[in-house]
Design a protein around this ligand. Structure first.
Ligand SMILES: [Zn+2]
Ligand SMILES: [Zn+2]
Length: 97
């Protein structure tokens, strides 16, 4: 349905002129609809993309935190790489502070 913007009468979609007042019925042209639809789609996609990036960033941060928690330490005496929960050096056998 197309509404006359002059008198407000309901007219058929394919009507070019208002049946009541004879006003020329301007319709939203298709490219405007296309742009509107495109903008809407784009907005949705951008939102989804943003959420995906956010999720990835969170995953990345989580992984970084995990890896920093489980990072290895080094023996103060011989500089051997040790597990973070090691109490004694596996190379020189000295107690880890
Ligand atoms: Zn009219
Ligand atoms: Zn050592």
């Amino acid at each position: 349905m197309t509404y006359c913007n002059k008198c407000g009468k309901k007219n058929d979609d394919d009507a070019h002129y208002c049946t009541k007042c004879g006003n020329y019925l301007t319709k939203t042209s298709s490219w405007e609809n296309d742009i509107e639809k495109f903008a809407e789609d784009f907005g949705k996609k951008a939102e989804q993309f943003g959420k995906r990036i956010e999720k990835k960033a969170k995953e990345f941060t989580k992984r970084m935190e995990e890896s920093s928690e489980s990072k290895t330490k080094h023996c103060l005496h011989c500089n051997a790489e040790l597990d973070h929960d090691a109490n004694f050096c596996c190379i020189c056998g000295k107690k880890i502070e």
